[in-house]
Design a protein around this ligand. Structure first.
Ligand SMILES: [Zn+2]
Ligand SMILES: [Zn+2]
Length: 148
């Protein structure tokens, strides 16, 4: 059981680490033409940028299918990636960007910090000069109490 939790955590942590690096160096780099659909207003519900979520989701599905017969590390890492994806969806797409209007602005300190950090990321609509590329791991200055 300890192994299961360890690999779930590993999948989750790797997603934040790789997500940060991919966002900073690829999405705001050679893959900007895809990612910019998330930085510009659009009249459509889906963005080309959603392909990244689809890609990460597919990796999780493949890992789960490959590891399910004996519940090995692939299965649990797939679970960790899926967990990350679900939390990412609720925080980033529902709570922050309000693609579904399910919740009001967060009042909780931790959520407020994440919210501010991601707003800071969206302060620019350009490829260059963006800040704050992670979702959960962000500079602690965003958690200081001040008005949104
Ligand atoms: Zn971005
Ligand atoms: Zn965003």
């Amino acid at each position: 059981m300890m192994n299961a939790i360890g690999f779930i955590a590993l999948g989750f942590i790797l997603m934040e680490v790789f997500g940060w690096a991919i966002h900073k160096y690829l999405m705001h780099g050679p893959l900007w033409s895809i990612h910019k659909t998330h930085h510009r207003p659009s009249k459509y519900f889906f963005e080309l940028n959603d392909l990244f979520s689809l890609l990460f989701g597919s990796i999780a599905v493949v890992l789960i299918i490959k590891g399910v017969s004996d519940f090995d590390y692939r299965f649990w890492m797939g679970v960790g990636i899926s967990l990350y994806g679900m939390l990412y969806f609720f925080l980033h797409d529902v709570l922050i960007h309000r693609r579904m209007k399910w919740f009001q602005k967060p009042k909780n300190m931790f959520l407020k910090g994440i919210f501010r950090a991601h707003q800071a990321h969206h302060r620019t609509n350009e490829k260059e000069d963006a800040v704050s590329f992670g979702l959960f791991v962000v500079p602690k200055e965003y958690f200081k109490e001040k008005d949104l």
